[in-house]
Each structure stands twice: as structure tokens, then as C-alpha cells.
Design a protein around this ligand. Sequence first.
Ligand SMILES: [Zn+2]
Ligand SMILES: [Zn+2]
Length: 79
Amino acid sequence: MLEMRPNCECCDKDLPPDSAEAMICTIECTYCAACASERLKGICPNCGGDLKPRPMRPARWLQKYPASTRRVHNPDCAA
Ligand SMILES: [Zn+2]
Ligand SMILES: [Zn+2]
């Protein structure tokens, strides 16, 4: 089950569970599409893995399996 973190780790932009902009790596470091492509060139600076679009979680699933509210923010995230 994905954590569905609520923000971009680089710029702290909000990334709700239905965001089409959220990008994640294999260990769920989470970034917005702009940071993922421009700042990070598609590679996660924490683990070196590639970044992929995060699947959206349908509303009825969110009731049962809520998205994470724990914000992770690392302003020095640039690769
Ligand atoms: Zn960002
Ligand atoms: Zn990572």
C-alpha cells in the first residue's frame, strides 16, 4: 500500500491523492512533476532510483485507506 505523501519533498508543493503531478520512486520519495523533471532529471536524489507517476487513489479507497499526512520536506534535494 502506498503512503501517498501529501507534498513534494523538494519544493513542498501540495500533492493530494488525486494529483496528476505526483511522482514517486521505489521507496516513495515523492516529488511534483516540475521538480522531478527539471531539478532531478527523473532520478531520485535519495536512492538513485527512477521517478514514475504516482497512481491516483479513488475516493472510496481513501475512506478506508487514508493518504499520509506526514509531510517530508528536504529543501536541499537537488541532485
Ligand atoms: Zn516540487
Ligand atoms: Zn528515492
